[in-house]
Design a protein around this ligand. Structure first.
Ligand code: GLN
Length: 187
C-alpha cells in the first residue's frame, strides 16, 4: 500500500513521519508528473488552504485529483486539508468540494485559534487534538458523519472514503488516526 502526500505547502513532513512509524510506503506530490506513480490513498495536510488551492490549480493538479477523489480514492484531510474537501466554506472558497460538510475557516479567531485538548473520536477512542488556527465543521449533511466534537463543535468527520480532522494528529505522538486511515484504505 502506498500513500501520496500533497507537498505543495504546509505540514506534510509530519504526516510522512507518522506513516514511517506505521511502516506504510509514501511519496510526495509536488507536480503533475508525480501523479504517474500509483497510490492507494492521499493525505491533504494542514497549512493555508487558499495557497494550496491556488497552487493545485496552477500546477494542473486540481482536476485529476478531484476526479480520483470523486471516484473513491481514500483521502485524509487535516485542517487546511479539511477545508480543501468541504463543499461549503465560510470565510473562504471551496476547492475539491467533494465532502458534504460546511466549514468555518479560522473559526476560533486568528490569534486564539491554537489550543490542545483530548477528546473521544468515534471508532478510535480518546486522542490528543492540537488545533492551529483551526476551522470547525458547522454542519454535516448527506452521507457525511460527525466523528468527534469539542465543546459542541464538530472537529472530525467521515464520508465513505473521505476522512477529515480540524486538528493535527500528525503533531502528536498518537498514531491512531493515521492507523484508522490506513484501515480505511485496506477495507
Ligand atoms: N487557517 C488555515 C486555513 O484556513 C488552516 C490552518 C491549518 O491548517 N493549521 O487554511
Amino acid at each position: 500500500m502506498t500513500v501520496a502526500i500533497l507537498a505543495l505547502q504546509g505540514a506534510f513532513v509530519e504526516h510522512a513521519a507518522m506513516l514511517d512509524r506505521l511502516g506504510a510506503d509514501h511519496f510526495e506530490i509536488r507536480q503533475l508528473r508525480d501523479l504517474e506513480r500509483p497510490f492507494d490513498g492521499l493525505i491533504l495536510p494542514g497549512g493555508e488552504s487558499t495557497v494550496m488551492g491556488k497552487l493545485l490549480r496552477d500546477l494542473g493538479l486540481f482536476e485529476p485529483l478531484r476526479e480520483q477523489i470523486q471516484a473513491g480514492l481514500p483521502v485524509f484531510g487535516t485542517c487546511a486539508g479539511l477545508i480543501l474537501l468541504a463543499k461549503t466554506v465560510e470565510g473562504g472558497v471551496p476547492c475539491f468540494a467533494t465532502l458534504d460538510i460546511s466549514v468555518k475557516r479560522n473559526a476560533y479567531g486568528r490569534q486564539l485559534g491554537s489550543f490542545y485538548t483530548e477528546e473521544t473520536c468515534q471508532d478510535i477512542g480518546k486522542i490528543p487534538m492540537t488545533f492551529i488556527r483551526a476551522p470547525y465543521i458547522e454542519a454535516v449533511s448527506g452521507d457525511a458523519q460527525a466523528l468527534a466534537t469539542v465543546e459542541g463543535k464538530i472537529v472530525a468527520a467521515r464520508q465513505n472514503k473521505q476522512l477529515v480532522t480540524a486538528f493535527h494528529p500528525e503533531l502528536n505522538q498518537d498514531l491512531s488516526v493515521h492507523q484508522y486511515f490506513l484501515n480505511m484504505i485496506r477495507a
